[in-house]
Design a protein around this ligand. Structure first.
Ligand SMILES: Nc1nc2c(c(=O)[nH]1)N[C@H]1C(S)=C(S)[C@@H](COP(=O)(O)OP(=O)(O)OC[C@H]3O[C@@H](n4cnc5c(=O)[nH]c(N)nc54)[C@H](O)[C@@H]3O)O[C@H]1N2
Ligand SMILES: Nc1nc2c(c(=O)[nH]1)N[C@H]1C(S)=C(S)[C@@H](COP(=O)(O)OP(=O)(O)OC[C@H]3O[C@@H](n4cnc5c(=O)[nH]c(N)nc54)[C@H](O)[C@@H]3O)O[C@H]1N2
Ligand code: SF4
Ligand SMILES: [Mo]
Length: 725
């Protein structure tokens, strides 16, 4: 028996874990009491990772589809050789741009997987790169590109020092925080209140977080209206921090003029927030000792995601709180992350446009919402083969029915996963990946999001089960057989020319050692190196707070100023004003919801998380339940213009009238038996499959505020007793 320390890579707090290893297998996972940031905290999902690790339903060997539709085990060499042959045949006939890749959320938690995947795709010269980002956060990167000229420059709320936090569309008491790495975020939020400050939670649902602090109810997709009105009041009452505005920004006058058209009395109907409340909030934000606005997925998945993300920072700046203690701060990484991304060409926005829909790329990816039509639309550049790694797009992207049908048109679908996921069920090959407990790692994309600057390295805790391999190894094996050189980084490409294939570990060490805190191979004593980090199993806290006053150095616009009124945003504001109301016949609005014991679509097979007969339900207010003849536990039918699903209703006061909340990631039909048995439905069948319905500036999926109606399912009342939640 041995104890090993590592960190969790399911969600962004990256909590420290203590793993008990027996006979080479994971016996138990506990929170790491000695981790300096999570300090003995881990949520039920992190603990249940032991069940994923040891799951009898995990895929441990490469699988190939048989003619009868089932899967059979094949050797790695046979699988990779056949996949390489088929991909090369497509390249020869249609070019590398006939091959695409979708990478899902867990990919970003590996330091090596995305780098190798990007290298593979750039070697192919294919634009068909898709990710979970267009269902998550790409609007945030697009907003940063417009504001700062730097898509990956995303400020984080300085929770440790702020006096007033306005939080829009986030539920960190359940999600544990996103685009911020703060494992004890609940403590951080409560400390704001204890210091005499305030936490205001703008959310259509009275969430766990809203209940713990001040709830500001608003309508789905009302955020942009609310933020424009906050700016209106701030400017109209001359509450802006004029010194900060003239020092940090350009376009303030134009933004002021845009905001003139949004008095809170006029926008109340669209935002759902009474004018007096908006006026008070604007004054509070402007006069607080420090204040910050923060928004997450609830502000990303509506119709105005990029505008909303943009306005969030605009309000912070105009009130004098950008790049300032207690405001929004720009985290620093011990690597030259921004520079590396820029030099490697990965930090792009709008450098190219998608073939279908003409959407701008965000960090080299196109909206997953156009994938189905990219597969079915004939002509040059048609997508004919798709690799999916760490993703389950059939349950996570809008227009699931269209994508489901389109996948059948592919010449080849390969999934790299832990399981036969709902998407994997349709694949020609499933290639078994290691879990995070089976790979070494480094929190590369999260380093600058840490509320407390921190860095860590972990070795793998156990050897891979069966024949599972790390993604980068799989990609290398494939690239070698295809005779492609993989390389996102110049150094990597150069090495390939000399026949060398540097490992991710070698590259990570090099980036650490030559970074701003690196040891420069011995030139700087006490500097960072991989070897140094390996001897610190709980990681290293680098400073207490992030530095402020760094804005000028990090903004990439030539004038070194934040641009507050770029033409794209001026146009979006006009579009906001002209936004049509809901279509007739769909009086309710659908929003998402995350549950403490689910993780997107992939942890429904862990028995401890599914205990207590958990079921997929639609949360609805008592008023709407009465109005539409639905009772608690009754099977109901939810319909949108694009599809319908049937799940039981859960009548609860936490829902406002007019809004229904349904979690995504349910309705399984994969190789995960417990998950399949849990029932439920794919809520993204209700979302529009039409590329024209994606958000213009970042191609964000429209998953919140979807017009729906609800009715008792045919025979639903009779089925209540048997199938109730
Ligand atoms: N309606 C609605 N839809 C949404 C959202 C919403 O709020 N509402 N949220 C969106 C968001 S924010 C996200 S991030 C997406 C997620 O969308 P996706 O990333 O497409 O899907 P996941 O459910 O995260 O599935 C991850 C897959 O990766 C596998 N996996 C887990 N770990 C690893 C690993 O280390 N390596 C490999 N190779 N595979 C692994 C799992 O078995 C699973 O099959 O969903 C989006 N969809
Ligand atoms: N337990 C658990 N934790 C997770 C995940 C999980 O699946 N389960 N997923 C992880 C992932 S991939 C991500 S991206 C993060 C997301 O992290 P968060 O964004 O913090 O998580 P959500 O719970 O989706 O919070 C979104 C909130 O927005 C609200 N909302 C919906 N529409 C609107 C709107 O129009 N305006 C406003 N203001 N609010 C709106 C919803 O009611 C919801 O409370 O969570 C991560 N953590
Ligand atoms: S909150 Fe839970 S799932 Fe997320 S990193 Fe921590 S232990 Fe893992
Ligand atoms: Mo996400």
């Amino acid at each position: 028996m041995a104890q090993a320390f590592t960190y969790c890579r399911i969600c962004e707090p990256l909590c420290g874990l203590e793993v008990t290893v027996e006979d080479g297998a994971v016996a138990r996972i506990r929170p790491d009491g000695a981790h300096p940031l999570s300090r003995g905290f881990a949520c039920p999902k992190g603990i249940a990772m032991a069940e994923v690790q040891n799951d009898p339903d995990r895929v441990l060997y490469p699988l190939r589809r048989r003619a009868d539709g089932g899967f059979e085990r094949v050797g790695w060499d046979e699988a990779l050789t056949d996949i390489a042959r088929r991909l090369n045949a497509l390249r020869a006939r249609h070019g590398g741009k006939s091959i695409g890749w979708y990478f899902g959320n867990p990919a970003t938690f590996s330091y090596s997987h995305p780098v190798w995947m990007h290298g593979f795709m750039s070697a192919l010269g294919s634009p068909h790169l898709y990710s979970a980002g267009s269902q998550d956060v790409n609007n945030r990167f697009a907003a940063s590109a417009l504001l700062y000229g730097a898509p990956v420059l995303v400020p984080i709320p300085d929770l440790k020092r702020t006096e007033l936090l306005l939080m829009l569309g986030a539920n960190p008491l359940v999600s544990h925080g996103s685009i911020i790495t703060a494992p004890r975020i609940r403590d951080d939020l409560s400390a704001i209140v204890r210091r005499g400050g305030r936490v205001v939670v703008a959310d259509p649902r009275r969430t766990e977080t809203a209940r713990a602090y001040e709830h500001l109810p608003l309508l789905p997709d009302g955020d942009a209206w609310l933020l424009m009105s906050l700016l209106h009041v701030i400017f109209a009452e001359r509450l802006e921090d004029a010194a900060s505005c003239s020092r940090q920004a350009q376009g303030v006058g134009e933004l002021r003029r845009l905001a003139e058209g949004f008095p809170p009395e006029d926008t109340a109907e669209r935002s759902g927030v009474p004018a007096t409340v908006v006026r008070d909030l604007a004054r509070d934000l402007a006069t607080a000792g420090s204040a910050v606005v923060y928004g997450r997925t609830g502000t990303c998945l509506g119709r105005h995601g990029t505008l909303t993300a943009f306005l969030i920072d605009a309000v912070t700046l105009v009130t004098g709180n950008l790049d300032r203690p207690g405001g929004a701060v720009f985290g620093a990484s011990p690597l030259r992350t921004e520079e590396i991304l820029r030099l490697s060409g990965l930090a792009s926005y709008g450098r190219s446009r998608s073939r279908v829909g003409g959407y701008p790329d965000v960090l080299g990816t196109f909206p997953a919402g156009v994938m189905a039509e990219e597969i079915t639309t004939p002509g040059p550049g048609r997508l004919r083969a798709l690799l999916v790694s760490a993703g389950n797009p059939l349950l996570s992207v809008p227009g699931a029915a269209a994508l489901d049908a389109a996948l059948d048109d592919l010449d080849l679908l390969v999934c790299i996963d832990l399981y036969v996921s709902d998407t994997g069920r349709k694949a020609d090959y499933i290639l078994p990946a290691t879990t995070f407990l089976e790979r070494e790692d480094f929190p590369l994309p999260f380093l600058q999001n840490h509320l407390t600057p921190y860095v860590t390295w972990t070795e793998r805790v156990v050897a891979p089960r069966g024949e599972a391999r790390q993604e980068w190894e799989i990609i290398e094996g494939l690239a070698r057989r295809m005779r492609l050189g993989v390389g996102s980084f110049r150094a990597q490409r150069l090495a390939h020319r000399f026949g060398l294939r540097p490992s991710p570990r070698f590259l990570a060490d090099m980036l650490l050692r030559t970074g701003p805190l690196g040891d420069w191979y011995g030139l700087r004593r006490g500097g960072l190196s991989l070897r140094g980090l390996r001897s610190a199993p709980h990681g290293v806290v680098l400073r207490e707070h992030h530095r402020t006053g760094t804005l000028r150095r990090r903004v990439l616009h030539k004038d070194k100023r934040v641009h507050l009124a770029p033409p794209e945003i001026v146009e979006e504001v006009a579009r906001l004003k002209a936004a049509p109301g809901p279509p007739d016949g769909y009086p309710l609005r659908l929003i998402g919801l995350r549950e403490i014991r689910s993780h997107n679509s992939w942890m429904h097979n862990a028995p401890t998380l599914m205990r207590g007969g958990r079921a997929h339900t639609a949360r609805i207010s008592p008023q709407d339940a009465a109005r539409y003849g639905v009772q608690d536990g009754m099977l109901c039918r939810i319909s949108s213009p694009h599809g319908s699903i049937e799940i039981p209703a859960r009548v609860t006061e936490e829902m406002a009238a007019g809004v229904v909340a349904v979690p995504h990631g349910w309705g399984h039909r994969g190789g995960w038996r417990t998950a399949n048995a849990a029932g439920g439905a794919n809520v993204n069948l209700l979302a529009s499959p039409d590329p024209a319905d994606l958000e213009r500036l970042a191609g964000m999926a429209w998953l919140n505020g979807v017009p729906i109606r609800i009715d008792p399912a045919p025979g639903g009342e009779a089925r209540t007793a048997a199938g109730g939640a």
